[in-house]
Design a protein around this ligand. Sequence first.
Ligand code: GLU
Length: 449
Amino acid sequence: MAELETNLTEIFEEATRRNPGELEFHQAVHEVLESLGPVVAKHPEYTDGEVVRRLLEPERQIIFRVPWTDDSGRVQLNRGFRVEFNSALGPYKGGLRFHPSVYLGIVKFLGFEQIFKNSLTGLPIGGGKGGSDFDPKGKSDDEVMRFCQSFMTELYRHIGEYTDVPAGDIGVGGREIGYLFGQYKRITNRYESGVLTGKGLTWGGSQVRPEATGYGAVFFVDEMLKTSGDSFEGKRVVVSGSGNVAIYAIEKVHQLGGTVVACSDSDGFVVDEAGIDLDLLKQIKNGHRGRVSEYANARGASVTYTEGGSIWDVKCDIALPCATQNELDEKAAQHLIENGCLVVAEGANMPTTPEAIHLLTAAGVRFAPGKAANAGGVATSALEMQQNASRDSWSFEYTEQRLAEIMRSIHDRCLETADEYGAPGDYVLGANISGFTRVADSMLALGLI
Ligand code: GLU
């Protein structure tokens, strides 16, 4: 890990001591602190007000028991989390992740990232995140419903349209949001649409929300390419993952004239030189939550499936990691560099390890961090909240245009900040400083919160 300025080293050490064993949280904090040296040097009020130290301590952390019964009538037990990290800019906002790997360190890294990401959107949303170690894989619809109902039976007392507004993340999509919203409505007797985002279109959801994270990441890369007069036209792209973010990233790359030749899941990856057949992929993933190996079987001999292995061995101009944290390590970065990759943009949260980021940027690969590149999802959630507050619903075209404008402004904000701090083209520094200053200034204005 790169060196920090002295006072930031102390703050980092304090954070690791206060949050033992939460490795992903430590990683996310270090990555932000690496950028903050020049900004705290320029603004003594941040040090005087202990803004950085306060920012590292969540405003509230909720951990709760989630008992539910499986289809055979047996009682199962999971742990639920909601970390309400920072509300200086608006109600806590961020998704829920249901995955066996979820523990406090994962929820806190995600919540911490969310503060800066949400700030970068320029919209009035604070940062939070939640989830459970529940694994939806292999569960029946009824089991997922009973789990969601139990989860919300505790969570409902902590959330609200002006308090905390959860949404989806890995393992939480429209189905889960539906069961969660249904239970919230039942317990509170309020049709409070603005309490959750990622809702279905007939019950308060927004157009473009399912597509938003993937589309937004591709809009962001398009802006990066434009700065050197380039475009997606004719580009060879690799997208890891095959969930919601990956699917809509692939869709937008194809719309903009690029070709996505590979995608993956936790078992392996497929390479389809003709370009991923998105209708088939959607049918497999959305239809019956199938695996990418089925995609290869259905497409026949022209497509290869590799079990295990690394998708980053596949030659590409643009790499979009859209699966999960720390999926792109030093070795993968080395392969991307050797294969002439031009741009890496994070559709997932923190998919690139710190060592890989340093390697890529040192080799001149342009790198967009998730808190900027994947902010389209939460930005569209904020647009969903706007529509709910005004009891209105916007067209697909209008909502997509708003998303594209937001991604452009995030991109420009990152570059302007990087220029201002003497690091032109450094999207990591630009995103961290620009996200930080908006929150820090608001925290100072609000007094000791
Ligand atoms: N889980 C998404 C993210 O990482 C979206 C959160 C939201 O819409 O609130 O930003």
